[in-house]
Ligand binder design. Structure first.
Ligand code: AR6
Length: 183
């Protein structure tokens, strides 16, 4: 089954295999570029599914720095909001991990500030930006788990993995972290 879930504090952490543009969470996260322009990968898919109004709004958001997050409406998506965050371009320096963790934490903070109760993330930076999947899985899962242990919202955080291999890596990494924590 391409789905796994586990309770963290009062919230639910899910990993699923699927397409982020089809998620019915209140917000989906876009693995964006600094201009918040449509681009390829997840960003291109989200802009296509949301319609041209999304790019119109993004042009007024004043861009986004690496590790930071901005919020917009979702337009034709099922999700009411898109949280745009810019992952690091992988170059194997320690700053990469800090930036990637900040993408998740700043997206979650912005969601919380906006009263968003459910949010879906893609595997930020692991496509065009070249972040090794295993390392990215570990950083992103730990960031979300730590956030949910310290905050009572959002109620649901879902990782949406596009490929079977990506899902498997996330599933195994989540299991490893749970074993370490003894649950
Ligand atoms: N749903 C879920 N995951 C997806 C989908 C989808 N519809 N499509 C691709 N993925 P990427 P990055 C996975 O390259 O590495 C853009 O041009 C994909 O398999 O979208 O952060 C932006 O404008 C991979 O695992 O994002 C930036 O310039 C993951 O999503 C740049 O690419 C991220 O791949 C950002 O690169």
């Amino acid at each position: 089954m391409s789905q796994a879930s586990f309770k963290v504090g009062t919230s639910l952490l899910e990993i699923v295999r699927g397409d982020i543009t089809q998620q019915d969470t209140e917000a989906i996260v876009n693995a964006a570029n600094k201009r918040l322009a449509p681009g390829g990968g997840v960003a291109g898919a989200i802009h296509r599914a949301a319609g041209p109004e999304l790019w119109d709004e993004c042009q007024n958001l004043d861009g986004c720095e690496t590790g930071e997050a901005k919020i917009s409406a979702g337009y034709r998506l099922k999700a009411r909001h898109v949280v745009h965050t810019v992952g690091p371009v992988y170059n194997n320096t320690p700053q990469n991990a800090v930036d990637l963790e900040n993408c998740y934490l700043n997206s979650l903070r912005l969601a919380k500030e906006n009263g968003i109760r459910s949010i879906a993330f893609p595997a930020i930076s692991t496509g065009i930006f070249g972040y090794p999947l295993q390392e990215a899985a570990e950083i992103s899962l730990r960031a979300v788990i730590n956030f949910l242990q310290q905050n009572s919202s959002p109620d649901l955080v879902r990782f949406v993995l596009f490929g079977a291999n990506d899902f498997q890596v996330y599933e195994e990494t989540l299991q490893k972290i749970r074993d370490e924590k003894g649950n």
